[in-house]
Design a binder for this molecule. Structure first.
Ligand code: NAD
Ligand code: DAU
Length: 353
């Protein structure tokens, strides 16, 4: 048995592959374009492991995807591949349209061709699982109920609009062609191997480097945080038991304002890596807000919990401590991702603040 995972050298995809192969002997073919966000070093522990093959390539390359499908005959495709950073989508939306929309379309078409010719039993068992985000639902007011699967799509950034479009394509390929799809819409992830352009790893890395901790606007935007390994367990659960054509919201019931997240990171660093002369919190700096910044996300994960019995293993307190400890223990991984391209991004994004 084989899985085709796309984007499996990125943050969530790589955590998924590592967790999958820690518990199963099912082979993983890992198709990743290795953009700035894809990092083979994250998968270094799988070097020489016959159960894992990393293929550098684009989900939009139909010939390549069709060849991989024909050669490896996977029982499922799990699509993590995407451009994922909201701020980058504001500076340059083109890549988001290309990968998240056109790429997903081409991937769906290649998979449809493969799936249509499978023997009946394999066809019935096949799954295409699309990994998506809560950002497709837009922004909540302070007292609104959390996003349920029935919430209407109201994406506000080029990133979330491109993910919303991809969700619609996946849905249409099920309704029109019968492709056996599943979609998950998850809240903000955090944990090991998170690229330090995103809030939590950026704060850890900047704090340790003695740099400002840039908080957008008033810092009171709310996100709903889930430890990445809990997202991975939710994906395994939906893959195993999700109803075809359904979407499942994934979240940890951990709504927190950004400033509280940053303060928590500072407190943990004060404890685990105290610095001379006071708290890391003194590095907190309020900067210009993100254009069109969504105020609040919150996920209602009751469908996944009630139908499939999924529960997160970590609380925010246990997960964030593990995360900070991981960054402290892995300075080499951090140093290697802080390449020239990373430095250019930080300069572009934060120089005016
Ligand atoms: P990431 O940016 O860390 O990784 C994305 C990976 O996709 C990278 O390895 C990159 O090289 C690869 N990739 C990009 N374009 C590609 C292409 N055209 N073909 C093949 N590979 C390509 O992203 P992430 O945070 O790991 O997110 C993974 C998925 O989960 C995305 O679809 C994202 O929308 C979704 N998601 C992320 C979060 C989060 O908090 N990070 C939450 C919910 C959903
Ligand atoms: O909700 C799920 C989404 O979470 C995923 O779909 C995205 O791929 C993922 O990047 C993430 O999007 P966010 O925009 O919520 O994550 P980010 O880490 O960029 O920002 C989290 C919050 O922190 C957000 O309100 C913006 C704020 N922020 C971010 C950065 C990078 C700051 O205040 N300062 C910063 O420097």
């Amino acid at each position: 048995m084989t899985l085709l995972v796309t984007g499996g050298a990125g943050f969530i995809g790589a955590n998924f592959v590592l967790d999958w192969l820690a518990a199963s002997d099912e082979t993983v073919i890992n198709l990743d374009k290795l953009t700035y966000a894809g990092n083979p070093e994250t998968l270094a522990s799988l070097q020489g492991d016959a159960r894992h093959q990393l293929v550098q390539g684009d989900i939009g390359d139909a010939a390549l995807v069709s060849r991989l499908l024909a050669e490896h005959r996977p029982r499922a495709v799990i699509n993590f591949a995407a451009e994922s950073h909201v701020d980058r989508s504001i500076h340059g939306p083109g890549e988001f349209i290309e990968t998240n929309i056109v790429g997903t379309f081409r991937l769906l078409e290649a998979v449809r061709g493969y799936w249509a010719d499978l023997p009946e039993a394999d066809k019935t068992a096949f799954r295409f699982l699309h990994v998506s985000t809560d950002e497709v639902y837009g922004s909540l007011a302070k007292d609104d109920p959390a996003f349920a699967e029935t919430h209407r799509y109201e994406p506000n950034s080029p990133y979330s609009a491109s993910k919303a479009a991809s969700d619609h394509l996946v849905r249409a390929w099920h309704h029109t062609y019968g492709l056996p799809v599943l979609t998950t819409n998850c809240s903000n992830n955090y944990g090991p191997y998170h690229f330090p352009e995103k809030l939590i790893p950026l704060m850890i890395v900047n704090a340790l480097a003695g740099k400002p901790l840039p908080v957008y606007g008033d810092g009171m935007q709310v996100r709903d945080w889930l430890y990445v390994k809990d997202h991975c367990s939710a994906i395994r659960t939906v893959l195993a038991g999700g109803r075809l054509g359904e979407t499942y919201n994934v979240g940890g019931w951990n709504e927190k304002p950004n400033i509280e997240i940053v303060q928590t990171v500072c407190k943990l660093l004060d404890e685990l890596r105290p610095k001379a002369g006071g708290s890391y919190a003194s590095q907190i700096t309020y900067v210009t807000d993100r254009p069109g910044h969504d105020r609040r996300y919150a996920i209602d994960a009751r469908k996944l919990e009630a139908e499939l019995g999924w529960k997160p293993a970590e609380t925010f307190e246990t997960g964030i401590r593990k995360t900070v400890e991981w960054y402290l223990a892995n300075p080499d991984w951090v140093a290697h991702v802080q390449s020239g391209a990373y430095r250019e991004w930080v300069q572009k994004q934060y120089s005016a603040s």
